[in-house]
Design a protein around this ligand. Structure first.
Ligand code: ADP
Ligand code: ASP
Ligand code: MG
Length: 445
C-alpha cells in the first residue's frame, strides 16, 4: 500500500485533476490518496471565518456563493454524464447549506476548524465521484473518522492505524481510497486541523499508521530545491535527503513540506518521495534514512521570528540562572529555536509570541529584557555541513548583512543565522551564489 498526497495546485483545475487521474492509473498498486483543497480555497475559507467573526452576513453569503460556483464549475467541465453531474452538484449544495448554518453561529475555535477544513471535503467528494464516473472505482473515506490526533506534534499512530484499519475492513474492498488532508479531531473529539499546509502531514501519519511501503507527495515542483525558488533563481532539486535533513529544512521554512511531515515516518524506514504532478517523469527528491552524500545540501528561511535579549547585572552564568530563564519559557509553552550566550547576556529566538507578555513580565523581575520582532532564521543544512570545505564561505555574509545571531556547532548538520526579515532575500541570494554557484564553477574547472 502506498500513500499519495496531491496538493492545492495539483487539484486546482480540471486540467490538473485529469493529470492526477493519469498518475493514479499509471499502475495497479493499492493506494490511499490524500487530497488538499483546490488552490486558493483554504485562503477563501480563512476570509470566510473573518466574516463570521465580524458577523458580516452579506460577505458570508457572497463568499459561500463564490465557493459553490467554483466547485460546480469544476463539476460541469469535469463530468460528462448529466445525471452524475446533478447528483454531485446536489451534494455540493448540501455542503454549502451546512456551511451557511455553521456560519450563522458565534465564532469559536471549533467553528474556525469546521469552516477552514471544508475545502478538502468538497474537493475529495467531487474527485472521488469523477473517478467513479469514468470507471476508476474508489472508496471515499472521511478522515474525521480516523485522524484522531490528541497532540499535533506527536500523534498516536497506533490509534489512527487501528481506527483506519477497522474502517477499511468495514468498507467494500478497493485498490483506491480517497481521503481529505488537513482535517483531524482533537483530544476532545472536536473537529480540528493540522495547521496550514497540513495535508503533507496527514499523508505521513497515514503512511506510518499503516506501515505503507512509501509516501509520495505530489506538488508543483520537481522536488525539494537547494534554496527557496520563490526568491532565488538558479536553484536545483536535491535527489536524496536524509530524514534529519528534510526535517530541519521543513521546520526552518522550506514551504514544500509542512514542518512536521517527516516525523511520523522516521524510525519506520518508510521513504517519502517528493514528485511533480506537472512532470511525473522527473525523479524528484527521495527522503529516507540513507546518506548518499555528506556536506552542504540546502538553505531555507523561516519568518516570524522574535529575538529576545536577556541581560543581567548579576552573573548570568551563575549556577541555575539559565535553568530559571528556560523554565519561564517552558511554563508558558513557548519553545526556543536559537540560543547564543555571553558572560552577561543571553539571546534567544521564539516563533510563538502568544505568551510573550507574561514571559517578559516574569523575567523583568530580575533582568533587563529587549525584544526585536520581524526576524528570519536562515538555515544551512546537510549531514556534517560543518565539515564541508565550502562552509567557511558563508561567513563572508558578515561583510554585507548585519547578522543578529549565529548558531554553529549545535548540531553537525545545521548552521543557522538570524537576520532582520528585510535582509532575508539578499541573504538567501548571497549564500546561493557563495555556496552553490562557486561550487558549480569549481566542478566545471
Ligand atoms: P502544495 O499546494 O502542493 O502543498 P506548496 O505550495 O505547499 O504546494 O509547496 C510547493 C511550493 O513550495 C513550491 O511551488 C515552491 O515555491 C515552494 N518552496 C519553498 N521552498 C522550497 C524548496 N526548498 N524546494 C522546493 N519548493 C519550495
Ligand atoms: N488546504 C490546506 C492549506 O491550504 C492544507 C494543505 O494544503 O495542505 O493549508
Ligand atoms: Mg503544501
Amino acid at each position: 500500500m502506498r500513500v499519495l498526497k496531491f496538493g492545492g495546485t495539483s487539484v486546482g483545475s480540471v486540467e490538473n485533476l485529469n493529470r492526477v487521474r493519469e498518475i493514479l492509473t499509471s499502475d495497479q498498486d493499492d493506494k490511499i490518496v490524500v487530497c488538499s483543497a483546490m488552490s486558493g480555497v483554504t485562503d477563501q475559507l480563512v476570509r470566510l471565518v473573518e466574516n463570521i467573526r465580524f458577523n458580516d452576513t452579506d460577505a458570508i453569503t457572497r463568499n459561500l456563493h463564490k465557493l459553490e460556483s467554483k466547485h460546480t464549475d469544476v463539476i460541469d467541465t469535469l463530468i460528462e454524464d448529466q445525471e452524475i453531474r446533478n447528483t454531485l452538484k446536489d451534494g455540493v449544495s448540501i455542503m454549502i447549506t451546512e456551511m451557511f448554518e455553521i456560519s450563522s453561529q458565534e465564532y469559536s475555535e471549533i467553528i474556525n476548524s469546521k469552516i477552514i477544513t471544508y475545502g478538502e471535503t468538497l474537493l475529495t467528494y467531487i474527485f472521488s465521484g469523477f473517478l467513479n464516473s469514468v470507471g476508476i472505482t474508489n472508496v471515499l473515506l472521511d478522515a474525521k473518522e480516523f485522524m484522531h490526533v490528541d497532540v499535533i506534534e506527536n500523534p498516536n499512530l497506533d490509534k489512527v492505524g487501528n481506527k483506519l484499519k477497522a474502517i477499511l475492513k468495514s468498507k467494500e474492498q478497493s485498490s483506491l481510497y480517497i481521503t481529505q488532508g488537513f482535517v483531524c479531531k482533537n483530544e476532545k473529539g472536536q473537529i480540528s486541523h493540522l495547521k496550514r499546509g497540513g495535508s503533507d502531514y496527514t499523508a505521513t501519519i497515514i503512511g506510518a499508521a499503516l506501515y505503507a511501503s512509501e509516501v509520495q507527495i505530489w506538488t508543483d515542483i520537481d522536488g525539494l530545491h537547494n534554496n527557496d525558488p520563490r526568491y532565488v533563481d538558479d536553484t536545483h532539486p536535491i535527489s536524496h535527503l536524509t530524514y534529519n535533513e528534510a526535517a530541519e529544512l521543513a521546520y526552518f521554512g522550506a514551504k514544500i513540506l509542512h514542518p512536521q511531515t517527516v516525523s511520523p515516518v522516521v524510525g519506520k524506514d518508510i521513504p517519502v518521495l517528493l514528485k511533480n504532478t506537472f512532470d511525473p517523469e522527473a525523479s524528484g527528491t527521495v527522503i529516507s534514512n540513507k546518506t548518499y552524500k555528506k556536506g552542504l545540501k540546502a538553505i531555507s528561511a523561516k519568518d516570524g521570528i522574535t529575538a529576545i535579549k536577556i541581560k543581567s547585572n548579576r552573573m548570568l552564568m551563575a549556577h541555575g540562572y539559565l535553568r530559571r530563564i528556560f523554565e519561564v519559557f517552558d511554563n508558558h509553552n513557548t519553545s526556543i529555536d536559537m540560543i547564543t550566550t555571553s558572560e552577561i547576556a543571553i539571546s534567544l529566538t521564539i516563533d510563538n509570541i502568544n505568551n510573550l507578555d507574561k514571559i517578559i513580565k516574569e523575567i523583568e523581575a530580575y533582568a533587563e529584557i529587549t525584544v526585536e520582532q520581524d526576524h528570519s532564521i536562515i538555515c544551512i543544512v546537510g549531514e556534517s555541513v560543518i565539515n564541508d570545505k565550502n562552509s567557511y564561505k558563508l561567513f563572508e555574509i558578515l561583510n554585507y548583512i548585519p547578522v543578529r545571531m549565529v548558531s554553529y556547532g549545535g548540531s553537525n548538520n545545521n548552521i543557522s543565522l538570524l537576520v532582520d526579515t528585510k535582509d532575508k532575500i539578499p541573504t538567501l541570494r548571497f549564500l546561493n551564489e557563495k555556496l552553490f554557484q562557486t561550487q558549480k564553477k569549481e566542478a566545471v574547472v
